[in-house]
Ligand binder design. Structure first.
Ligand code: NAP
Length: 268
C-alpha cells in the first residue's frame, strides 16, 4: 500500500478519483496516470466530447470505470451541479485532483472583468469549494486526498499576469496549510507546481510570445507523472524540472524589487 492508504484490497471498494480540467493538457495526463493505477475515474471540464474520447481510451486501455461529468467551474451553479451529480450517481471521490485553471496576460486595468472573475472562480473558488465538500468523507475513511495543481507562478508576484500569479499563490499557501491539518488523518494534500508546460494554457492566456515561454517548456506527460508520484508518496509539494525547482527556491534569496522587475521582463 502507498502513503495515501490507497490501492485496491479485497473487500475494499476501488479508489474513486475526480479530475477537473481533464479535457486537455496536464489534467488529461493526470487522468492517464490514475487510470494506470486502476482507479475509477470521474472526468470533468466544459468540453464533453473531449472527455468522452478520453473516457473511451481509458476504459479500453486500462479496463477502468470512467464517468464523465461536464461542468463549467467559472459558474457557482456549475460547481453545485457537479457535486449533486456525484451524489446522484452514488460517487464519493477518495481523491480530488483540482487541476482546472487558466491564466490571462495583460495590464490588470485593461483585462476584461469577466476574465478576472473567471480566473478567481475557477482557480480559487471552485478549487476551495470542491475540497471543502469532499474532504470530510476522505477524513472519515482515512484515505485518499487532494492533488492541487498550482504553478511556479505561486512563488513570486507576476506583473502582467498579476491575478493568475496571485491565484496560484493562494492555491500553494492553502494547499500546504491543509497538508499540515490533514497529515495525521490518513489524507494527503499535495501541490503540483509546474513551470511552463506545452498545453493549451499559453494560447488561452495569450502568453505564446513571452520571454518566459522562449526559455523552454516541459511536456505535460512528465509534469503529470511527477505530480502523481509526489501525491502517491504523500509529499506536500512537487516542482517538475531542475530549473523550475532552482527558480522556485532561489527566488526567496533575491530582493523582491529585483524579482518583480525580472518577472515583468519575462511576462510583458
Ligand atoms: N501549461 C502551463 O504552462 C502551466 C504551468 C503551471 C501551472 N499550470 C496549471 O495547470 C493546470 C492545467 O492547465 P494546462 O496547462 O493543462 O492547460 P489547458 O491545456 O488549457 O487545460 C486547462 C483545463 O482546464 C479546464 N478548464 C478551463 N476553464 C474551465 C472552466 N471554466 N470550467 C471547467 N474546466 C475548465 C479546461 O477544460 P475545458 O476548456 O474543456 O473546460 C482544460 O481541461 C491549470 O491549473 C494551470 O494553471 C499550467
Amino acid at each position: 500500500m502507498d502513503r495515501n492508504g490507497l490501492g485496491t484490497h479485497a473487500g475494499q471498494r476501488r479508489e474513486q478519483v475526480l479530475i477537473t480540467g481533464a479535457s486537455a493538457g496536464i489534467g488529461m495526463e493526470l487522468a492517464r496516470c490514475f487510470a494506470a493505477d486502476r482507479s475509477t475515474l470521474i472526468l470533468s471540464a466544459r468540453r464533453e466530447a473531449e472527455l468522452q474520447l478520453l473516457a473511451a481510451e481509458l476504459r479500453t486501455k486500462y479496463e477502468v470505470e470512467v464517468h464523465v461529468l461536464p461542468a463549467d467551474l467559472a459558474d457557482p451553479s456549475g460547481v453545485a451541479a457537479l457535486l449533486s451529480a456525484l451524489t446522484e450517481l452514488g460517487l464519493s471521490p477518495d481523491v480530488l485532483v483540482n487541476n482546472a485553471g487558466f491564466g490571462a496576460r495583460g495590464h490588470f486595468a485593461e483585462l476584461a472583468a469577466g476574465r478576472i472573475e473567471g480566473m478567481l472562480a475557477v482557480n480559487v473558488t471552485a478549487v476551495t469549494r470542491l475540497a471543502h465538500a469532499l474532504l470530510p468523507s476522505m477524513r472519515a475513511r482515512r484515505r485518499g486526498g487532494i492533488l492541487n495543481v498550482a504553478s511556479t507562478a505561486a512563488f513570486q508576484p507576476g506583473p502582467y499576469m498579476a491575478v493568475y500569479y496571485a491565484t496560484k499563490a493562494y492555491v500553494l499557501s492553502w494547499s500546504e496549510a491543509l497538508f499540515e491539518e490533514c497529515r495525521d488523518e490518513g489524507v494527503t494534500v499535495s501541490a503540483l507546481c509546474p513551470g511552463p508546460t506545452h498545453t493549451e494554457f499559453s494560447s488561452v492566456a495569450g502568453t505564446d510570445d513571452t520571454r518566459l515561454l522562449k526559455l523552454g517548456s516541459m511536456d505535460a506527460v512528465t509534469v503529470a507523472r511527477v505530480g502523481h508520484a509526489a501525491f502517491r508518496a504523500g509529499k506536500p509539494l512537487s516542482i517538475p524540472g531542475f530549473n523550475n525547482r532552482l527558480g522556485a527556491f532561489s527566488v526567496r534569496f533575491f530582493p523582491r524589487a529585483l524579482v518583480r522587475k525580472l518577472v515583468t521582463k519575462l511576462q510583458k
